[in-house]
Design a binder for this molecule. Structure first.
Ligand code: MG
Length: 266
C-alpha cells in the first residue's frame, strides 16, 4: 500500500462521493476496503444518511463490498444513539417522534418509545429530509406541535441540500431549521461535522480520535469535522470538491493530503 496506515488506530471512510456514487463503487474503493479487512485494520464507513447500517449493507453488497454492520455508522444511527442516551432517564424510557425515515424507525424500535401523536409527552423529534415517508406535511405539523411543547428538535445532520436524480433536494438541515424557526427553538444536529458524531463513533470503535485518519470528499462535513477532532484528513476529489475549492481555504482548514481517488492510496 502506498499510503502508510500503520501509525493510525482506525481509518474513517466517507461513503457518498468517496466509496460509492449512486449504485457503483468509486475507483479503488473495493480494493481499499478489501485490503483494510485483510490487514485487520479497524475502520468505519461513515455517512450523513438517515439509512440504517442494514440498508447500507444491502446497497453495498451488489457493488462487491461485503462489510458488517459494526463497520458502518450513519447520521441516522448517531441520532438514535444520541436521543436514547440523552433521555435514558425519562419515565418508561426515551419518548421519540420520528420525522425521518424507515431506517430511523427500525433503529428506534426496542430502544425508545415511539411517539405517534400528541396524547402524551415527547422528549425529542428526529428530523430528516422532507422527501422521506415519515416527513409528510401532517407529520411535520405534529412535529411542530411537539417541539413547541418542549420536545428537543434533533436534526439528523445540518446538510442544506443533497443531490438526487431529480436535481437538488432539501436536506435534513433545511427541514430542521424550518421547524426550529417556526417553534422558536435552537435545534441540535448530530451528523458530520458535529463532534457528537465523531465522539460517539470513536467510543464504538473504540479509537482515540487523534490516532484516526478520515478520507472524505466534503470540505465542511468531512475535512472540517476531522480536523476539529484532531484527526488526519485526506480529501478525495472524486466527489463534491474541486481542486480550485482549496485555493482560498485558510491553511488551518486545508486537508493533510489531497488525492484524485482512492487508487492514489494503494
Ligand atoms: Mg461524501
Amino acid at each position: 500500500m502506498k499510503f502508510d496506515f500503520s501509525p493510525f488506530d482506525a481509518v474513517l471512510l466517507d461513503l457518498d462521493g468517496t466509496v460509492y456514487y449512486e449504485d457503483h463503487p468509486l475507483p479503488g474503493a473495493v480494493d481499499l476496503i478489501t485490503r483494510l479487512q485483510g490487514m485487520g485494520k479497524k475502520f468505519a464507513l461513515v455517512s450523513n444518511s438517515t439509512s440504517s447500517p442494514a440498508r447500507v449493507i444491502k446497497r453495498m453488497t451488489p457493488m462487491g463490498m461485503i462489510v458488517p454492520a459494526e463497520n458502518i455508522y450513519t447520521a441516522g444511527a448517531a441520532a438514535v444513539d444520541y436521543v436514547v442516551e440523552r433521555f435514558a432517564k425519562s419515565p418508561g424510557g426515551p419518548r421519540v417522534y420520528n420525522l425521518a425515515t424507515g431506517g430511523v424507525q427500525s433503529m428506534l424500535e426496542g430502544r425508545a418509545n415511539i411517539v405517534d401523536d400528541d396524547s402524551g409527552p415527547c422528549d425529542a423529534v428526529i428530523i430528516g429530509a422532507p422527501a422521506n415517508i415519515y416527513a409528510t406535511p401532517d407529520r411535520q405539523r405534529m412535529a411542530l406541535f411537539l417541539i413547541r411543547n418542549g420536545a428537543l428538535a434533533v436534526g439528523v445532520c445540518a446538510d442544506r441540500i443533497y443531490p438526487s436524480p431529480r436535481g437538488l433536494e432539501f436536506g435534513s438541515g433545511a427541514l430542521t431549521l424550518m421547524l426550529a424557526y417556526a417553534a422558536n427553538v435552537r435545534p441540535v444536529y448530530v451528523g458530520k461535522p458535529e463532534k457528537t458524531f465523531f465522539q460517539a463513533l470513536c467510543r464504538h470503535l473504540p479509537a482515540d480520535p487523534t490516532r484516526c485518519v478520515l478520507i472524505g470528499d466534503n470540505l465542511e462535513s468531512d475535512i472540517g469535522g476531522a480536523r476539529a477532532m484532531g484527526m488526519k484528513a485526506i480529501l478525495t476529489l472524486g466527489g463534491v470538491t474541486r481542486r480550485q475549492d482549496l485555493d482560498n481555504l485558510p491553511i488551518g482548514q486545508q486537508p493533510d493530503l489531497v488525492i484524485n481517488d482512492l487508487r492514489d492510496l494503494l
